[in-house]
Design a protein around this ligand. Sequence first.
Ligand code: NI
Length: 189
Amino acid sequence: MKLPIVAYGDPILKKKAADIDQNYPALSTLIANMFETMYSANGVGLAAPQVGLSIRLFVIDISDDEDENLKDFKKTFINAQVLEETGKEWSFNEGCLSIPEIREDISRLDTIRISYYDENWVHHEETYNGLAARVIQHEYDHTEGRLFTDKLSPLKRAMLKRKLDAIAKGAIKVGYKMKFPAAPKKFKR
Ligand code: NI
């Protein structure tokens, strides 16, 4: 089942999400729904706060990338904690399903070490770099209540303000179902 994606401006996107445990209700259905929602919006990653749930869960599929090393990279991250970020800063043009039609070059360190549980509650501690690290960092930030727009300079953000306000109000065309925090209320009879 496709879930509506929460748009920029919703307070849930600014909130630090909580850990879950194995008793979380219908977790495998939620994970399946998140993948389905992500694919239908042509995304490569989706975090639970983006579907209105303030929990530490995100999914990523970058197996379509031309990089052979990523051909099996379809993963679920539960209760993830970034342990270390190292290496060089590099710039990558990021987008976000909660912020349609805005893409910006964002600078981040190229290597991360992360601890997480997968969908079978197997614990992992792994190191990633390049594109994999980048997508994980972006999705992980969602579970910390951070958006890529938080990393822009104040000037850049001021330049985007009108576009961001339009997204919050739902005054945009988007090819997937969204929930807009500042959408005008429907006229009541
Ligand atoms: Ni995002």
